[in-house]
Design a protein around this ligand. Structure first.
Ligand code: CP3
Length: 351
């Protein structure tokens, strides 16, 4: 294996000393980049882009060619697992993800099978291996998955949702059925992330985009418990290094201590949390990733620099911070503003 030339992202995740705060950006490869839109046009549609090893590799590299980022993230999607389970994922133009066969009945859930990544989702592991070759040790590669609860919301609703009415009805009316689904998803996610690690992912992130819509008690029972099961089932070492796990619950500010107790190495924070307060709360249990409001990138360079500095200062001295946005970058962002952000973090960084 090629030696990693820049490992400050992995070191910060383990709270080991670093020369400066590392930065990467959720959804760093995406529609705000004209070169991404060109690659997607070549592929035809988003899923074809994910399934084409060469193009998935190409778009993963695009943000790294523009900006001195400290990590790459696999180009794929969280909904590959439900697709592999037979739900038939498609993207209707301008409407986000949809399933041809959402889960409508107990029978639909009973017949679902836990995935076997190397046979059902080999396009993902092929992409991981190809990206590692292309990176050639430049920066580490992040693998990822959705959390069981977040995947379940899409599978039950059949698409994105505002109020999660079907998923929440199941949660309160048929909790055992939802647990059956979440259990199959947790086993699938363990297999999926371990296959990504075996193929070359050097850290993994679990996206719990919709954990924050749950009640205080329901979050622990229906989202966190399954993420904990996943963390405990993951390969911890690869290529002679620890493989850190990042848990990101959007709207999860109420549960940071409980999240830290799962055994993960880092927590992703959305922008509603003060990162200094979060650090005082979690102490030396975990590293923290985040947490600038993506909307800041719509403003001027001076505001972007000021906001980045506020977050860096709120975290304070020492390792254990990975700069990121509090959620994914949106398609309307000017790529020059991303450059301003990355350069600001690298010059202000107080490590
Ligand atoms: O971060 C990265 O650059 C890696 C790639 C990545 C994508 N999706 C590519 C993508 C990652 C990590 C994801 C995760 C993902 N996908 C999440 C969790 C993170 C989050 O943002 O909360 C969720 C909920 C999804 C499901 C999903 N996929 C949605 C809701 C959409 C539609 C988004 C929209 O604005 O239309 C997608 C499609 C998707 N996934 C795109 C990209 C670049 C856009 C597809 C396109 O080119 O049209």
């Amino acid at each position: 294996m090629t030696k990693l030339k820049n490992d400050r992202f992995l070191r910060a995740l383990l709270r080991q000393p670093v020369d400066r705060t590392p930065i990467w950006i959720m959804r760093q490869a995406g529609r705000y980049l004209p070169e991404y839109r060109a690659s997607r046009a070549t592929a035809g549609d988003f899923m074809s882009l994910c399934k084409n090893t060469e193009l998935a590799c190409e778009v993963t590299m695009q943000p790294l060619e523009r900006y001195p980022l400290d990590a790459a993230i696999l180009f794929s999607d969280i909904l590959t697992i439900p697709d592999a389970m037979g739900l038939g994922l498609y993207f209707a133009e301008g409407e986000g993800p949809k399933f041809h066969k959402p889960l409508h009945s107990a029978a639909d859930i009973e017949k679902l099978e836990v995935i076997d990544t190397f046979s059902d989702l080999s396009y993902v592991t092929d992409a991981v291996a190809a990206i590692r070759r292309e990176l050639n040790g430049r920066v580490p590669l992040i693998g990822f998955s959705g959390s069981p609860w977040t995947l379940a919301t899409y599978m039950i609703e059949g698409q994105s949702s505002r109020d999660f009415s079907r998923a929440k009805t199941m949660l309160y009316q048929q909790p055992e059925l939802l647990h059956q689904l979440l259990d199959k998803l947790a086993l699938s996610v363990i297999d999926y992330l371990n296959a990504q690690i075996a193929s070359g992912a050097q850290a993994v992130q679990i996206f719990d985009t919709w954990g924050g819509v749950l009640s205080h008690a329901a979050y622990r029972e229906f989202s966190l418990a399954y993420m904990e099961k996943i963390v405990k089932g993951l390969t911890t070492q690869a290529e002679g290094r620890q493989v850190p796990v990042i848990l990101f619950t959007k709207g999860g500010g109420n549960w940071l201590l409980a999240m830290a107790d799962t055994g993960c190495q880092a927590l992703g924070l959305d922008w509603t949390v003060n990162i200094g307060d979060a650090r005082r709360l979690v102490g030396d249990r975990v590293a923290l990733q985040g947490n600038m409001d993506p909307a800041v990138l719509r403003s001027s360079p001076a505001v972007i620099e000021r906001e980045a500095e506020t977050i860096l200062q709120a975290f304070g001295d020492g390792s254990g911070h990975i700069f990121n946005l509090g959620h994914g970058i949106t398609p309307d962002i000017d790529p020059n503003n991303v450059k301003v952000l990355v350069e600001a973090v690298q010059s202000i960084s107080v490590c």
